[in-house]
Design a protein around this ligand. Structure first.
Ligand code: ADP
Length: 348
């Protein structure tokens, strides 16, 4: 059974001034997170990701639709009942949100105090959590004495203190450099694997999704435009809106500006071939072109690695008569995805 499921959820904010239309921040979203998932929600700024998170952790009510968290429909609960739901969800933030006047240990102890844990148990739990995040020796330090990565590790320890089943990460690595990002992501992976915590992470960074997420939902204009297995969604997006988004975040697909510059530098038709681990052969494509007597050059490309599985795109400038090129591409198309890049006029 799903641990979080949203059905036809919408959130509308009243217009900021009375002449403007209302803002639909989340628009008819249906999605399912299973226990044990690392579920990524990706989209540009303004797509509705933060609003979705505030709905899931019941900080704001939905305008319509139903949200079920751990078996409870939270759209119908009283404030007291909502507090109990919230205590089953840990949160970490881009700016860490630590108390600067409290020590690391006191920050981690805070939610346990609120929950009324006895002092001795709090001490024991805090020590255990700090050891888990690798900060046992910094218990008495203050946040300002820590690096960004260490602050986020304190944030993670604090979020896990009361043993929530779900951890919500809101742009949790966006303020960190790439090396520190990878350390924090590795820790989140351990949280998921060793403690069985389901993680929902929202981000605008493809790197985050491709490093740890098992499933992904792509958001645009308040809507989830595609969701599913990360490898499937990014290697073969199904609808034009998600294809557009995916092409901007993965490696190997030239932008319109790059296409224009490729055209200036190379003769022939520009064709992109897409390859996925295990199901298509690059060598065969090149052989087919050569055997048809066509001339070609590799002009653009890139490989993406998603949790150890690769897919990539290779753009070739192909020279020869149109009829032979068309015929050969038809043969190749039966085995792998072929996309002819638009000419200056915008037509393929
Ligand atoms: P993201 O997290 O993907 O950047 P948000 O959920 O923050 O997107 O915002 C989605 C849209 O909703 C934006 O157009 C934003 O301006 C609007 N919005 C978010 N919160 C509010 C609010 N409290 N009042 C009015 N509009 C809001």
């Amino acid at each position: 059974m799903a641990i979080v499921s949203l059905t036809d959820v919408a959130k509308t904010y009243p217009a900021r001034d009375r002449h403007a239309p209302d803002v639909t921040a989340v628009d008819d979203v249906t999605l399912t997170v299973d226990p044990g998932d690392i579920f990524g929600i990706i989209g540009y700024s303004g797509a509705g990701k933060s609003t979705l998170v505030r709905l899931i952790n019941a900080l704001e009510p939905a305008t319509s639709g139903s949200i079920v968290v751990d078996g409870t429909d939270i759209t119908t609960l009283s404030e007291t009942q909502l507090r109990r739901v919230r205590s089953g969800i840990g949160m970490i933030f881009q700016q860490f949100n630590l108390f600067s006047s409290k020590t690391v240990a006191a920050n981690v102890a805070y939610p346990l105090k609120l929950a009324g844990w006895p002092k001795a148990e709090i001490q024991e739990r805090v020590a255990e959590l700090l050891a888990f995040v690798g900060l046992a020796d910094r218990a008495r330090a203050y946040p300002e004495q820590l690096s960004g990565g260490q602050k986020q590790r304190v944030g993670i320890a604090r979020a896990l203190a009361t043993r929530p089943a779900i951890l919500l990460a809101d742009e949790a690595t966006s303020a960190l450099d790439p090396q520190t990002t990878h350390e924090v992501l590795a820790l989140l992976k351990r949280v998921n694997e060793e403690q069985g915590v389901t993680i929902i992470l929202i981000t605008h960074e493809m790197d985050v999704i491709q490093t740890i997420a098992t499933k992904v939902a792509v958001m645009e204009n308040g809507q989830v435009i595609e969701q599913g297995d990360v490898f499937e969604v990014f290697s073969r997006p199904q609808n034009p809106a998600s294809q557009r988004f995916v092409s901007t975040v993965i490696k190997g697909i030239p932008t319109p500006t790059e296409i224009a510059s490729l055209r200036e530098r190379h003769e022939g038709r520009l064709v992109t071939f897409s390859f996925r681990d295990g199901d298509s052969s690059q060598a065969q494509v090149l052989l087919d072109l050569a055997e048809a007597g066509l001339g070609f050059e590799v002009v653009y490309g890139g490989i993406n690695d998603i949790r150890g599985r690769a897919f990539g795109h290779l753009t070739l400038a192909i020279r020869g008569t149109d009829a032979v090129i068309d015929q050969t591409l038809d043969v190749i198309r039966t085995r792998t995805e072929v996309t002819e890049l638009p000419t200056e006029g915008g037509q393929a």
